[in-house]
Ligand binder design. Structure first.
Ligand code: NAD
Ligand code: DAU
Length: 366
């Protein structure tokens, strides 16, 4: 089993990255080293998501948690951090992550997701080469976080496996596919020790409320329309964020170098059916009338190029490394609803200025 001392996490102020830091610094992970969180704090990054972690682990002579505000496209900043903290593992979450934003403004997706990933790979390669001589024997790891969207869209049957050819269809998924190819190329060409995971849709606490589940919970709370794209029959495979992170950690410790692993919930839902379930849970948790909440459902103009169905086959991860999901959808949805209903200060802060402009831009034209 691989062990690490100084883990450099990019995008740790975002949804999945902040949950990963929380997981790594909990007893459950067994990790006893230091986490260096590097994040540019775009609209999606919020250090408040980790304020308790910074308080518990960020002080004293040997802090286990360090935050550095920096952009992954800034080569000299990346070099400085990797050297200063003698990084031996990188978990690369930082990305522009919202499909609708990639349709309305693709440039940041190309620069962060493709050029930013290239910059990190190159800085890591040169630093580790200098430190260990040969890269292939170096006790280091670059773990890249990717998505099932790189595989394209499925019809009514079939699943994405690790051998499914890439067929990205939005600027977001194309930029993620580009970053995946670069990661693989750095392994094959230079021997950089890498692992890569492609995960399905995550949900849980600290997700920015532009994404389906938190957007719907908060709109229900405020009796605002619940905007369903197209016919609402698009299918996603949902996974609780903690299960994503336990899978990433399993792959980092035990996965084969140079390999990719799919991660999924094995939990497919049509958007509209999911929304009805969410309405029932919000109604139970708040005492609101479910029929009134149903009446807020509004079918709006579809997302251009909207992928119809994603479904992950994660047999490789389960059989080779022994990982499995631990949170049922029912339990995860209820925990998520409760979290958004009780963390209104966090919600208020992330929904300030930029978020309002986004809502106008994305929904007023539908
Ligand atoms: P997010 O948008 O919530 O967070 C992204 C974080 O990256 C933010 O903190 C942001 O400030 C930071 N960031 C963006 N550009 C940066 C830059 N140039 N330099 C430094 N930091 C930058 O995203 P998320 O949902 O947590 O997704 C994290 C990763 O997981 C992404 O790579 C995404 O493609 C992948 N992924 C997400 C899902 C999902 O359902 N959310 C599923 C599979 C894979
Ligand atoms: O599959 C993994 C991907 O999941 C990640 O790579 C992305 O970073 C993440 O954002 C997510 O992408 P989706 O596009 O699937 O997620 P989103 O929450 O934006 O939408 C989920 C589904 O709900 C999708 O079919 C579009 C639909 N939708 C979304 C919004 C925001 C609506 O019907 N109405 C909405 O207002």
């Amino acid at each position: 089993m691989r062990t690490f001392t100084n883990i450099f996490i990019t995008g740790g102020a975002g949804f999945i990255g902040s949950n990963m830091i929380r997981y790594l610094l909990s007893k459950e992970s067994g990790f006893s080293g230091r986490v260096i969180n590097v994040d540019a704090l775009t609209y999606a990054g919020n250090p408040e998501s980790l304020s308790d972690i910074a308080e518990r682990f960020g002080g004293g002579p040997a802090p286990r948690y360090v935050f550095v505000k920096a952009d992954i496209r800034d080569r000299s900043a990346m070099e400085r951090v990797i050297r200063e903290y003698q990084v031996d593992a990188i978990i690369h979450f930082a990305a522009e992550s919202h499909v609708d934003r990639s349709i309305l403004g693709p440039e940041a997706f190309v620069t962060t997701n493709v050029l930013g990933t290239y910059t990190l790979l190159d800085v890591a390669r040169l630093y580790w080469q200098e430190r260990y001589g040969s890269l292939s024997a170096a006790p280091v790891l670059f773990h890249h976080i990717s998505t099932d969207e790189v595989y394209g869209s499925l019809g009514d049957s079939g699943y994405f496996t690790e051998n499914t050819p890439y067929d990205p269809r939005s600027p977001y998924s194309a930029s993620k596919a580009g970053s995946d190819h670069l990661v693989m190329a750095y392994h094959h060409t230079y021997g950089l020790p890498i692992t890569l995971t492609n995960c399905s849709n995550n949900y849980g606490p600290y997700q920015f409320p532009e994404k389906l589940i938190p957007l719907m919970i908060l709109n229900m709370q405020e009796a605002k329309p619940l905007p369903v794209y197209g016919d609402g029959k698009n299918i996603r495979d949902w996974l609780y964020v903690e299960d994503h992170n336990s899978a990433v950690w399993t792959v980092m410790q035990k996965g084969r170098i140079g390999e990719k692993y799919n991660i999924g919930g094995e939990n497919e839902w049509e958007n509209i059916t999911l929304l009805h379930r969410l309405i029932d849970i919000v109604a139970e948790e708040t005492g609101k009338d479910p029929e009134q909440l149903q009446s807020l459902i509004t079918f709006v103009k579809d997302r251009p190029g909207h992928d119809r169905r994603y479904a992950i086959d994660c047999t490789k991860l389960k059989t080779e490394l022994g990982w499995k999901q631990s949170v049922s959808f029912e339990e995860g949805l209820r925990k998520t609803v409760r979290w958004y209903l009780t963390n209104s200060a966090w919600v208020q802060h992330v929904r300030s200025g930029e978020y309002r402009t986004w809502l106008e831009k994305n929904y007023n034209q539908r």
